[in-house]
Design a protein. Structure first.
Length: 399
């Protein structure tokens, strides 16, 4: 248990930032902080550092050695932009977590409201972590590729080819597959499915607090789609062409150097051998004749009147408004709309039904919502719509 206050821990991190950075660098390089390195760091920065690092739970023992706790390690990783590229398999595990939570949410809609809300929040957290890992990977891969292009480490062309091929095969292409929304097994494709579901439930779920959680999830997924699209463009339009250019240039230069070292090993092609070619094909006359002959044949053109029947129904707002005012008050407005349409049509189309519901926005009408959760089910040709039972009365005019 941490005895110090959060402000005290932040003050310690500010005053002894070099200590935490040294610990981070050792763990990044070796994967662990050996006891010798830990003692050396503590001696370098003062005798009381060791106890305070343990008290603030910045490090924890691993056998006889130490390691930074994950929360501090990730914080330093973010501050120093020292993101280590993760294998796509590590990122793809989020598909399983997201799919499992998504199934639980769909099956548990009628279960406890608090459990459903918590599952939606957990799903949102998994999506946020997934996007963060993708952005970190893309950022690190972009830096690695630029360093490889500029050849900061002065590595040979052969090694550059191997490294570029390694990045493409094990990182870029698998990560691009994860972000491919058209791939049925990609994480992005699953997020699209979740987004469509959240969009529906944020509109028609009975409980208002759960609808708000679906609303938050849907807005987050819209932003997630934008962020992942941007990362996919970085991979496709910048990283892959840059690495392919490195690999191509290196192969050409490597082959040319090998040729100069032993130019007589293979027979070279006649690079400067003269040749004579025609600027037009030998059968050009026949092709031109064939092209112009096709316009000399007059084909008969026939025009036919399109007599296809279609529905020319136009919503007469004034007519239905007058019918509604004649029958006021109406206890079930949506059911009244269906009855009015049923007089003229055998089947109720969704578009016509929604056109009728526009009468609700008339200023001369007063709408009373049901005190209880009373709903009416409307059947159209394409949909089954659940709507509240609204009472419509004439509006009171203020003099």
């Amino acid at each position: 248990m941490i005895k110090a206050e959060p402000r005290t821990i932040l003050t310690f991190l500010y005053n002894y930032f070099e200590v935490v950075r040294d610990l981070f660098e050792f763990q990044t390089h070796d994967g662990i902080i050996t006891r010798e390195d830990f003692d050396h760091i503590c001696q370098k920065h003062g005798p009381n550092i060791k106890n305070r690092l343990r008290e603030y739970r910045i490090i924890r023992p691993v056998g006889s050695d130490y390691e930074m706790r994950d929360v501090y390690f990730k914080m330093m990783e973010f501050l120093l932009l020292e993101f280590k590229p993760l294998l796509p398999e590590t990122i793809e595990k989020y598909k399983g977590a997201i799919t499992e939570l998504f199934l639980k949410i769909r099956k548990g809609e009628a279960a406890d409201r608090d459990i459903l809300q918590e599952r939606i929040k957990n799903l949102s957290r998994q999506v946020r972590e997934f996007v963060d890992l993708v952005e970190r990977n893309a950022f690190r891969l972009l830096n690695e590729t630029r360093d490889l292009k500029s050849n900061i480490d002065r590595i040979e062309y052969k090694d550059k080819v191997h490294k570029a091929s390694f990045w493409i095969e094990y990182y870029i292409l698998p990560l691009n597959k994860i972000l491919d929304v058209n791939h049925s097994e990609s994480v992005t494709n699953k997020l699209v499915e979740v987004s469509e579901y959240a969009n529906r439930r944020r509109l028609d779920f009975a409980d208002e607090s759960v609808r708000l959680e679906f609303e938050k999830l849907y807005i987050q997924l819209i932003q997630t789609n934008t962020d992942l699209l941007r990362q996919s463009k970085i991979l496709t339009n910048e990283l892959l062409p840059l690495l392919e250019r490195i690999r191509t240039e290196s192969l050409i230069l490597t082959g040319w150097i090998e040729f100069l070292r032993n130019p007589y090993k293979v027979e070279t092609p006649p690079l400067l051998k003269g040749s004579r070619t025609m600027v037009y094909a030998k059968d050009m006359l026949y092709k031109v004749r064939e092209f112009f002959e096709q316009f000399q044949q007059n084909e008969a053109i026939v025009f036919e009147d399109d007599t296809a029947d279609f529905d020319k129904w136009i919503f007469d707002r004034d007519l239905f408004k007058s019918r509604l005012q004649e029958q006021l008050p109406v206890n079930d407005f949506f059911n009244w709309c269906v009855k009015m349409l049923a007089k003229d049509f055998k089947e109720i189309e969704t578009e016509k039904f929604f056109a009728m519901t526009g009468l609700l926005f008339d200023e001369d009408l007063s709408i009373e919502f049901p005190k209880k959760n009373e709903r009416t089910t409307i059947m159209t040709t394409m949909s089954k719509i659940s709507v509240p039972k609204l009472k419509v009365e004439p509006a009171l005019k203020i003099r």
